[in-house]
Design a binder for this molecule. Structure first.
Ligand code: NAG
Ligand code: NAG
Ligand code: NAG
Length: 495
């Protein structure tokens, strides 16, 4: 999942019926987007495993509504999935199936970055399956995300329970087609996709034998995690990188407001931050900075470690200038060297689709309340959030549905009593790890975490020079899955 970057800006941009831009920074939907990668940081040259050219694309004739029997429920749409059978041991050996669950975006981008699959398929003789999430990419019932979320009737079918049922059907279909009845399935996902993978193991244990849920913030619902969790981690990441950096950024927000309120203040800010277009307000700038810091922390991956890049820029500038804003800009430009900085958020099918999902059931209360935060205070405001969703879609978000349907309260007690075979992996530099499962729950529900890791790092392609802790994390996950499968083959009497 990409960062939930500048979701506030997305709100403002997409929701054209907004009447004012006077909201405080980050108010209604401060949820940074998910996504395993920050596209900006991709460096294909250092990827070890070559992306396989053995992908075959199929479309499954999917049922629009799995949970109803009204005439409309029988509507179908083509759902895309991709298979790579290059390394598969075949149905006759009951070799495993690894299934990747697409999340809030087209499946194509995930296939290319998901190193975990091609790097491990050979040792497991695994069949690789990638399934696109309904409504995204080519799996949209009407061919357009924008059209489908405008359609009151259609968007009602755009939810995670329907998506899990889709995955169940596609996997059953593949098993049948390949006569792979006894092949165990391991499901994998990252971020929102990681939540789906873990939930799928709980809801469909007869289909998935195990799940690897990478950076899945399944505890960000219903205030299971303090709202400040996400931005506390961002703050700590910067503080650890450099105390001066943290202090400089912390002071910069007031400074921005001060300059903005001066005559020609916005022109000064536009010039200082090399904006592509003249700023019309200071919120565009503060949102841009907010999301830059958040995504730097979320995707704080080796070899570059974006938070360190930003802080090195700020620290270096701190030696030559006392101007806080010049220092901050030096940090931004050390991270991303650009001829100009575009403060207008791009509207994508992901931002459009995710906004609907956040306004319906993926309600994650994220705010800023800590007095030592690097960011200005911005408590989560449920009423404002509800009002916005009502304005846009005419619906009230179901803030309690995720915990009702998937659980979350007393997760340790609940899961230890009935569930098994789930890996919750996290990197603790990832702000979303604040809502992840970070302790083992049982012998088979395991938390695999790294102190210096970031969002979904474990499932991305290996790179030359990866640090030992990352290599070890990946090895441990492979070992755990191996153990599950060993038990599966030992205990299973194949008919
Ligand atoms: C999909 O399934 C429906 C219902 O079974 C059927 O009417 C329709 O023709 C199928 N579409 C395709 C493209 O196979
Ligand atoms: C800035 O981004 C917006 C949204 O993606 C785009 O429409 C616009 O052309 C960009 N402007 C520049 C100068 O790159
Ligand atoms: C994490 O990174 C810090 C800073 O580079 C380093 O001092 C520390 O040893 C690392 N911790 C682990 C467990 O690798």
């Amino acid at each position: 999942m990409q960062t939930m970057r500048r979701s506030l800006v997305q709100w403002l941009l997409i929701a054209t019926f907004f009447t004012s831009r006077t909201m405080s920074m980050g108010s209604p939907n401060r949820t940074p987007r998910l996504s395993p990668i920050d596209q900006r940081l991709r460096d294909p040259n250092t990827v070890l495993a070559s992306v396989s050219s053995d992908h075959e694309t199929f479309f499954y004739n999917q049922t629009l509504d799995h949970f109803n029997y009204q005439p409309k429920s029988y509507t179908t749409f083509p759902q895309r999935y991709v298979i790579n059978s290059k390394w598969w041991g075949g149905a006759h050996t009951n070799a495993p199936i690894f299934a990747y669950f697409g999340a809030e975006g087209p499946i194509d981008q995930d296939i290319n970055i998901l190193g975990f699959f091609p790097e491990n398929a050979p040792r497991f003789n695994a069949l690789l399956v990638y399934i696109e999430h309904r409504f995204y990419g080519q799996s949209n019932p009407v061919g357009s995300m924008a059209d489908s979320v405008k359609n009151k009737n259609l968007r009602g079918y755009f939810n995670s329970a329907q998506a899990l049922a889709d995955y169940a059907e596609v996997l059953q279909h593949i098993k049948k087609k390949l006569h792979a009845h006894n092949s165990p399935i391991i499901v994998i996902g990252g971020s929102y996709g990681g939540m789906l993978a873990s939930w799928f193991r709980l809801k469909y244990p007869h289909i998935a034998f195990g799940a690897l849920a990478s950076s899945a913030p399944i505890l960000y619902f219903d205030h299971l995690t303090p709202e400040d969790g996400y931005y506390s981690v961002v703050t700590n990441d910067f503080k650890e990188a450099s105390e001066n950096c943290y202090t400089t950024i912390r002071k910069s927000w007031d400074e921005i407001q001060k300059v903005a309120s001066m005559p020609h203040g916005l022109a000064i800010l536009s010039q200082k931050f090399k904006t592509c277009a003249p700023l019309k307000n200071s919120i565009d700038l503060t949102n841009y900075l907010d999301s830059t810091y958040a995504s730097a922390a979320q995707y704080n991956a080796p070899p570059k470690y974006p938070t360190s890049q930003i802080c090195q820029g700020i620290d270096a500038a701190s030696k030559s200038t006392t101007d806080i804003l010049d220092r901050v800009f030096a940090g931004v430009s050390a991270y991303q060297q650009k001829s100009c900085y575009n403060m207008t958020e791009q509207v994508s099918q992901t931002s459009i689709g995710w906004r609907w999902q956040s306004c319906s059931e993926i309600v994650m209360p994220i705010g800023i309340t800590s007095k030592v935060s690097m960011f200005p205070s911005s408590p989560y405001n449920p009423q404002e959030f509800i009002d916005n969703c009502k304005k846009i879609y005419g619906v009230t978000p179901r803030a309690h549905w995720a915990t009702t349907y998937y659980g979350g309260y007393d997760i340790r007690m609940v899961l230890s009593k009935f569930a098994s075979n789930i890996i919750f992996s996290n990197g603790l530099k990832d702000p979303y790890s604040s809502a992840g499962v970070l302790e083992d729950i049982s012998d088979t529900i395991l938390a695999v975490k790294t102190t210096n890791g970031s969002h979904c790092l474990d499932i991305l392609s290996s790179r030359l020079g990866d640090p030992d802790w990352l290599i070890k994390q990946r090895q441990l996950e492979v070992q755990i899955i191996k153990n599950w499968l060993k038990k599966y083959y030992l205990n299973h009497i194949f008919g």
